[in-house]
Every structure is written in structure tokens, then in C-alpha cells.
Write a protein that binds this ligand. Structure first.
Ligand code: AMP
Length: 215
């Protein structure tokens, strides 16, 4: 299994770009830690109940909680060719837990794509973000609107604004990103596997740059 990490602020486009790569590189699976956690909250599992309060406040859930969910997923899906991790790891201890879990399988992180977006643009993007609660597809009221306002193109469900996409929680998530996730940039750069991409421009060009970086 080839493992790629998408690193970037909330709203940098990790999920949008990862899902487009699926279409360009067959055999790719996009795993979003946020989707995994939202699924657990919706299902009312023990992990979901523990995670909910942290998520609603824009804080990170405990490292071991999310790391064990990701390890379990990888263990159960060993046949995947290319796994894109979106939103995990988000702290140095999570990165260490991931390395240990992969080492047990004789695997490692192959590359890390860092999406660079200024904070002002992140705020603009998150404010207009909408998502499909049924299939997880992402939209933006200005830059990526659905064909029919408020309706998912893929499955026709009514779109929602994520409960943590409100101004106060967005500010918390951004500050958590700077404090806890940015240190991963140096860590992966030192390992020689980091590739930085300007993610402020046109989506199709960003996807192209990302695919080139993975080739
Ligand atoms: P996301 O959809 O990636 O923006 O994640 C939504 C929320 O889920 C975050 O604000 C965190 O509360 C939680 N979360 C997602 N991934 C992680 C992670 N790797 N570590 C800790 N918390 C996470």
C-alpha cells in the first residue's frame, strides 16, 4: 500500500483535492479522518460519543482515539493500492503512532502533500462551505456550487453547513492547526518526503500539480 498524507489548514482543500485524485489515479482511496469521526458520531459508537464534544468546540480529539481508528481501517483494507490520508496525522504524536502502525506492516509514509493557502482565504472558504450529509460530497456557495442550489449533484440529498463551520469554531480550528499541525511540516521535510503546493488558485490546476507530485 502506498500512503500519501494531505497536510493543510482546515479549508485548504484537502478533501476536495483528494476526491479529485481518485478520478485521475485509479485504485486510490481517500480516507478523511473528519468523515470517519463524523460517521462514528452519527452511529453513536463509544468513540463517536467521546469525539463529539471536541469536534463541536473545534478542538482535536485525543491522539489515541483517532490513531486507533485509522490503524483499524488500514488493517482491514490492506489491498488498497494508494491510500490518501486527509486530516490525519494532525499532531506529532499522531505521526509517530502512524509510523509505528505502518512499520509493523513493513510499510511507511511515501509522500506528504502540503497545501499552502493564506488564512484569509481559509476563512472565506470555510464560511461558504456546504456538504452532503448522505454521500460526503463537498461544495462551496461561490467557488463550487451544486447545479441546483442546496441539493447534492451526486445523490440529490439536501446540503448542510457543517456544525463546526461557524465563525467561532473556525477561528479555534485555525489556531489549533498553527499550534499543533504545522510542526509536522518540518518533521516530514526533514524526512525528505514533503512536497509543497500553492493551493490558492484554480482547483483543476491544483489537482494537476498534486497528481504530478504523486507520480
Ligand atoms: P475535518 O473534517 O478534517 O476538518 O475534521 C473535523 C474535526 O474532527 C476536527 O476539528 C477535529 O475535532 C476532528 N479531527 C479530525 N481529524 C483529526 C485528527 N487527526 N486528530 C484529532 N482530531 C481530528
Amino acid at each position: 500500500m502506498k500512503i500519501v498524507i494531505m497536510l493543510g489548514a482546515p479549508g485548504a482543500g484537502k478533501g476536495t483535492i483528494a476526491s479529485r485524485i481518485n478520478e485521475k489515479l485509479p485504485g486510490t482511496v481517500h480516507l478523511s479522518s473528519g468523515d470517519l469521526l463524523r460517521g462514528a458520531v452519527k452511529a453513536g459508537t463509544v468513540a463517536g460519543l467521546e469525539a463529539k464534544g471536541y469536534m463541536d468546540a473545534g478542538k482535536l480529539v485525543p491522539d489515541t482515539l483517532i490513531a486507533s481508528m485509522i490503524e483499524e481501517y488500514i488493517g482491514a483494507n490492506g489491498a488498497i493500492k494508494l491510500l490518501i490520508l486527509d486530516g490525519f496525522p494532525r499532531t506529532v504524536p499522531q505521526a509517530e503512532m502512524l509510523d509505528q502502525a505502518l512499520a509493523k506492516r513493513g510499510e511507511k509514509v511515501d509522500s506528504v502533500i502540503k497545501l499552502n493557502v493564506p488564512d484569509a482565504l481559509v476563512l472565506e472558504r470555510l464560511g461558504g462551505r456546504r456538504m452532503c450529509p448522505a454521500c460526503g460530497a463537498g461544495y462551496h456557495v461561490l467557488t463550487l456550487p451544486p447545479q441546483v442550489e442546496g441539493v447534492c449533484d451526486a445523490c440529490q440529498a439536501s446540503l448542510i453547513t457543517r456544525s463546526d463551520d461557524n465563525p467561532e469554531t473556525i477561528a479555534n480550528r485555525l489556531s489549533v492547526y498553527h499550534q499543533q499541525t504545522v510542526p509536522l511540516v518540518d518533521l516530514y521535510d526533514e524526512k525528505g518526503i514533503l512536497c509543497s503546493i500553492n493551493a490558492a488558485g484554480e482547483l483543476s490546476l491544483i489537482v494537476e500539480d498534486t497528481v504530478k507530485a504523486l507520480a
